[in-house]
Design a protein around this ligand. Structure first.
Ligand code: ADP
Length: 328
């Protein structure tokens, strides 16, 4: 993968502020004079169409990266940096944000630039969103999320063009034509192997594998289409802008069964009005309730791998319940 990626499929337009009053050539001269070995400033002062950066403020609330707001005479930019990880993590995030943005359904920040930092590590520059005070209207949120699932189609099957991360765990997105195979191998199987490798947990590994091989009855009568998923939809990644429009952030996108989007619902606070409007756009499929825990299992396993044994019993009891239900 290239060290620096310009997210070129997104042309400037509706979201970037109007060009400043200074002509392009003068701006360029000014920008060049201010260039340093700081690629973030460099981009903002050239392609970002700013002539000066007025303020850089830290933004709290993230789990993994350092976040900042760059105030400029051409509007604000949101920048995340990571001092130790190369650009591939942010490339995955930019491709996901770009795919969600391109559906023109639910609001997601528009990604502008990803690159390597000269001191090591990487950065992503994206549209700055002014958040509102409320969590937004649940019913509008359900409708818009369903519209994204409906609009985001894939002709390559289930997966994504790049692997990304779920929390800080790698998430494998190898294109696969069969959903059950994809979910078993690249979601459950990957996490079970991690649990075996890092904790030596052969109990969860073996029982999980038994479940992986017996998923088909849970999908009887269901036609699974690949839909664009945010992939990590919990309350920390859901907000609303200053007009009350729902916004989703920090995705782990891939094309998958739409129901898998509710795998983090134990941390998302989706209510009845959310689901009602969701199902008006994306009708509920037979057996939805039967699969709910299956989709949570991936995220419980990931929490087990990331945060330790507190999540083991939740994951194992989901596996055991399914083994009992499926009589395998
Ligand atoms: P991390 O990658 O560390 O988990 P997040 O993507 O969650 O970081 O971002 C950290 C915080 O920055 C979020 O909680 C949110 O409040 C804020 N934020 C994220 N994206 C934007 C954006 N595009 N514009 C403004 N603020 C943002």
């Amino acid at each position: 993968m290239m060290a620096t990626t310009h997210v070129g499929f997104l042309s400037f337009g509706s979201f970037l502020p109007l060009p400043s009053r200074i002509s392009f050539s003068k701006r360029r001269t000014f920008a060049m004079a201010a260039l340093s070995d700081d690629p973030i400033r460099e981009w903002i002062l050239s392609e970002g169409k700013a002539t000066h950066i007025t303020k850089i403020c830290p933004v709290g609330g993230g789990c993994i990266n350092l976040a900042s707001r760059y105030g400029t005479d051409a509007g604000s930019f949101f920048v995340k940096t990571n001092r130790s990880i190369g650009p591939s993590m942010f490339e995955g995030e930019a491709l996901g944000l770009g795919a969600m943005y391109e559906t023109r359904t639910i609001r997601a920040p528009r990604p502008f630039k990803v690159g390597a930092l000269p001191t090591g590590g990487s950065y992503i520059i994206m549209e700055f969103i002014e958040f509102g005070s409320s969590r937004g209207n649940q019913s509008v949120f359900g409708k818009k999320l369903a519209e994204m699932h409906k609009a985001g189609k894939s002709s390559k099957g289930f997966g994504f063009d790049v692997d990304n991360t779920i929390g800080s765990t790698p998430q494998i997105n190898k294109w696969t034509s069969n959903w059950i195979e994809f979910y078993a191998e690249h979601r459950l199987g990957y996490q079970l192997k991690l649990a075996l490798d890092q904790y030596g947990d052969s109990t969860i590994y073996q029982r999980g594998h038994r479940l992986m091989k017996n998923l088909a009855p849970l999908f009887e009568g269901v036609n699974v289409e690949p839909c664009l998923l945010h992939g990590d939809l919990w309350s920390g990644n859901i907000s609303s802008d200053k007009n009350g429009e729902p916004v989703i952030l920090d995705p782990a996108c891939y094309y998958g069964h739409n129901e898998a989007e509710f795998g983090m619902s134990w941390c998302a606070g989706f209510g009845g009005s959310f689901y009602n409007s969701y199902f008006e756009v994306m009708p509920k499929q037979p057996g939805f309730e039967k699969r709910r825990d299956l989709y949570m299992l991936y995220h419980y396993l990931n929490h087990y791998n990331l945060f330790g044994s507190g999540y083991r019993s939740s994951a194992l009891s989901i596996i055991d319940d399914y083994l009992r239900m499926l009589k395998v």
